[in-house]
Design a binder for this molecule. Structure first.
Ligand code: CDP
Length: 217
């Protein structure tokens, strides 16, 4: 008998700008299909947080890449990495190619976990898993995203200034889309999901139908 041909592990790739709702969508899809989920933003956040905690600079590429390579993906916790300032620091370390190389390697290993995976981030469909059978690009207007981020912070008991958050979101969009290495952009074969005027349930339903069709379910 010939050896079994390995069946590729299906990957759902979800990209989009800050606070577009891709995290919630990714978590719910992973739950529905029984797939593993990796929020790749956490890998950049954890790298930034480790540098800050050790009093190290955010702009030393070799040092940041070393920290990135030593991360344990199994121990990422959004609750301890959720701070708005950590997101800002994460987008600073995310411009460095050596940091990206270390993290992308770990993300690609994760993407091979059976029975399937959902990865969300900025470059999943374009760089990390360009062969993913389903790619979603989730977006919303900067104002809607700033409003959602404010509500999220306030729901967690924090204080949020809408104008400052909107300015930060615009700055982060510009940095993420303007960087030379793996800029934020939809893959050519991604399905666009604009959630500006769409609730999470409607977005989830649309995504579910696309996944079913792509995976032949
Ligand atoms: O949750 P939020 O949308 O604010 O951001 P995040 O997904 O936690 O990502 C934080 C930062 O990490 C982003 O602004 C990006 O600069 C960077 N990132 C990236 O470059 N590539 C990814 N695949 C994921 C995040």
């Amino acid at each position: 008998m010939s050896p079994a041909v390995p069946v590729p592990v299906p990957v759902i790739a979800i990209d989009g700008p800050a606070a577009a709702g891709k995290g919630t969508l990714a978590r719910r899809l992973a739950e529905l299909y029984g797939f593993h989920h990796l929020d790749t933003g956490l890998t950049y956040r954890a790298t930034a947080r480790a540098l800050i905690d050790r009093g190290l600079p955010l702009d030393d590429e070799a040092l940041a890449a070393e920290v990135a390579a030593g991360l344990d993906l199994g121990r990422l916790d959004r609750a301890v990495l959720s701070d708005h300032a950590i997101g800002e620091a994460a987008s600073q370390v995310a411009v460095m190619p050596k940091v990206r190389r270390a993290l992308v390697e770990a993300q690609r290993r994760f993407a091979l976990t059976p029975p399937g995976t959902v990865l969300d981030g900025r470059d999943i469909g374009t760089v990390v898993c360009p062969d993913a059978p389903l790619k979603l690009y989730v977006t919303a207007s900067p104002e809607v995203r700033a409003r959602r981020r404010c509500d999220e912070i306030r729901a967690g008991g924090g204080e949020a200034d809408f104008d400052r958050i909107l300015a930060d979101i615009r700055l982060r969009d510009a940095r993420d889309s303007g960087r030379a290495d793996s800029p934020l952009r939809p893959a050519d074969d991604a399905h666009l999901l604009d959630t500006s005027e769409m609730g999470i349930e409607a977005a989830f339903e649309t995504a579910r139908r696309l996944v079913d069709a792509a995976l032949g379910l």
